[in-house]
Design a protein around this ligand. Structure first.
Ligand code: SF4
Ligand code: SF4
Ligand code: SF4
Length: 284
């Protein structure tokens, strides 16, 4: 082969190899990108162990050593395997399968060498692994007026994280409903209520906090909260709320709603529309 032909073949081979390498790197990059995206999203039913940092920080801090899993006495925790929708090697649990038993000494947190599970968590009642939510009132039998209370009775923070609210049974007209209500300020997200729910598919589920909780816009002001924090009304004088009701009517919650003080006219409107508009302005 002449010298110039050898050079041309080598150049072609070189260019081919560069292209193949570039494609390989691109595919690898795509794969890593897809993996990173799937790793960053956690399915709703996967709950992190107690004390886990926010998901992004947790993924950065957890070295996937499995020590928390090893030290969990109830086999609640497991390490995600390749192909699962949870970042490979990271610990999680599924409440409906094995919930967290809320060990008072929190061995999983103690075992964590990196602080991915926050060592400042020393009281398991302060854990916020997720939040229990009654997701299906139409199938929860307590809402149908049947006695259940299983989720209420199993809750380790019973009476604080979950309470039973008494409501009138409008269907029968003479029975009470015992409605489970979860309180975010005390629910640890342990998942025992979800595990215990007697339905084929639980009506109460533990969800990660970012899915379970709403967020009030910063521009909202809750007047009663502002008043409590300030130790008194910010508006002086603190007038009682006036309801704009038709003549002869007033609103009183303790009296259970609208009260008609005197015989009100059959219609709140006079025959003459102008007369209606002028009502209450007689003294002006
Ligand atoms: S608190 Fe106990 S049961 Fe819950 S995850 Fe940790 S070790 Fe397991
Ligand atoms: S002990 Fe900590 S670092 Fe190890 S797998 Fe569990 S959370 Fe991750
Ligand atoms: S997840 Fe359920 S059982 Fe656990 S603290 Fe919250 S309401 Fe109670």
């Amino acid at each position: 082969m002449a010298g110039s032909e050898v050079k041309a073949v080598s150049r072609r081979r070189f260019l081919g190899e560069v292209t193949r390498t570039a494609c390989g790197v691109a595919l690898l990059g795509l794969g890593v990108g897809l993996y990173a995206r799937s790793a960053a999203s956690l399915p709703a039913e996967a709950i992190r162990p107690p004390g886990a940092l926010d998901e992004e920080k947790f993924l950065g801090a957890c070295i996937r050593c499995g020590l928390c899993v090893r030290d969990c006495p109830f086999d609640t925790l497991r390490l995600a395997e390749l192909g699962e929708q949870v970042a490979n090697g990271s610990p999680y649990f599924i409440a409906r399968e094995i919930p967290c038993e809320m060990c008072p000494d929190i061995p999983c947190v103690k075992a964590c060498p990196t602080g991915a599970l926050d060592h400042e968590l020393t009281n398991i009642d302060d854990a916020r692994m997720g939040l229990a939510v009654v997701v299906d009132q139409e199938n929860c039998i307590a809402f149908q007026g049947l006695r259940c209370e299983v989720c209420f009775n199993i809750c380790p923070v019973r009476g604080k994280a979950i309470t039973l609210e008494l409501r009138h049974n409008l269907r029968s007209g003479k029975h009470a409903l015992f409605i489970p209500e979860v309180h975010a300020d005390a629910c640890t997200g342990c998942g025992k209520c979800e595990k215990a729910c007697i339905l084929e598919e639980a009506a109460i589920k533990v969800l990660p906090l970012h899915l379970a909780r709403g967020k009030l816009g910063k521009h909202y002001r809750l007047g009663w909260e502002e008043k409590r924090q300030a130790g008194g009304s910010l508006v002086a004088p603190d007038r009682e709320h006036q309801y704009n009701l038709p003549e002869g009517m007033r609103y009183d919650y303790e009296g259970r709603g609208l009260i008609i003080d005197e015989a009100a006219p059959a219609s709140p409107y006079a025959d003459d529309p102008l007369e209606t508009l002028k009502r209450g302005q007689e003294g002006l």
